[in-house]
Write a protein that binds this ligand. Structure first.
Ligand SMILES: [Zn+2]
Length: 316
């Protein structure tokens, strides 16, 4: 007997999943850009801000491969391994994580399966994990889709923790991994190649200049930008978006966005303006898009208001 199933009311239907990342399948190979001898950027999406697939990279040394960035899903991690294999058959020795946000580490298991040991900052605390590690995975399933999350396991516990500065010397290359300050998060790591003058900045820099500091602080970001300037990098790979033709201008744009925001929030706090009023002129955050440009600006403003309020009250 055929059953006529009532069609579900719209409210019961799962909302159509926005697809922030370009699709990754079992055959996907990501675009590469060679930055120096043996140094490659694995290019993420461009024009999608922090919502796009993140940038990653790898360094092919005579002893083996060091991968940078844990990408956003096991499927992306497997595609990253396939992409590396178009260039080198050398063993994959290390994976360096820039941060513990899902888009920067949920593909780590695929690199670990391919042989990598993990270098990360041991502080894994991020707001997105406030409801616990299982809830962070469930939330992320909705972002990237279950298909991309098949085979997921956490693999962000460091085999080699870095809280200050550590240099990997491998096959004739020097790879400096350092934590400048809690700018984007307490677990930030930057990867610097001093000979090639290439910096993998992770989400400390985004191509649109609007770094998220909700898990870090504006003061730490400004200090970190000064540290980045002092490196005089030839190439900077941001966490998301296109590699800037002029790395200095991306740092300058980020600094001016964050300094202006600090000044505005400081004036509000000193003038007795409430946070609600201080951020009222900003466009509203996009619903269900916590890292869209408007959402980032709004969330940063609220975070920076609280930060400068503490500074003014001498609680810092
Ligand atoms: Zn990110």
């Amino acid at each position: 007997m055929a059953l006529a199933l009532p069609s579900p009311a719209p409210a019961q239907q799962a909302p159509a999943r926005r697809s922030p990342f370009s699709p990754t399948t079992d055959q996907t190979i990501y675009p590469l850009e060679k930055l120096a001898a043996g140094v490659y950027a694995v290019l993420g999406d461009t024009g999608r801000g922090a919502e796009g697939r993140p940038n990653a990279g790898f360094i092919d040394t005579e002893e083996g491969v060091v991968v940078v960035g844990g990408v956003a899903s096991p499927a992306q991690g497997r595609a990253l391994v396939r992409t590396i294999r178009t260039v080198t058959r050398r063993p994959i020795l290390w994976l360096v994580l820039y941060a513990h946000h899902p888009d920067m580490q949920f593909g780590a298991i695929a690199l670990r399966d391919a042989g990598a040991k993990v270098i990360a900052h041991p502080d894994r605390q991020v707001l997105a994990a406030d409801a616990g590690p299982d809830a962070m995975v469930a939330d992320w399933d909705r972002v990237v889709g279950l298909q991309e999350m098949l085979g997921f396991q956490y693999a962000d516990t460091p085999d080699r923790p870095v809280t200050g500065c550590d240099t990997l010397r491998l096959g004739g290359k020097a790879i400096v991994i350092f934590h400048p300050a809690d700018a984007h998060s307490a677990g930030d790591l930057l990867i610097w190649l001093p000979v090639e003058r290439v910096l993998f900045a992770g989400d400390v820099l985004l191509s649109d200049g609007v770094t998220m500091v909700v898990d870090g602080s504006s003061a730490a970001l400004l200090r970190t930008l000064d540290a980045i300037d002092s490196l005089d990098a030839r190439v900077i790979v941001p966490g998301h978006g296109a590699i800037p033709a002029d790395p200095t201008s991306l740092v300058a744009r980020t600094r001016s966005y964050m300094s202006d925001l600090r000044s505005a929030m400081l004036a509000a706090v000193k003038g007795g303006t409430s946070m609600q009023h201080a951020i009222a002129s900003l466009p509203p955050p996009d619903p269900d898009r916590p890292v869209s440009l408007a959402s980032r600006k709004r969330r940063n403003a609220a975070r920076v208001y609280l930060e400068v309020e503490k500074e003014v009250m001498g609680l810092d």
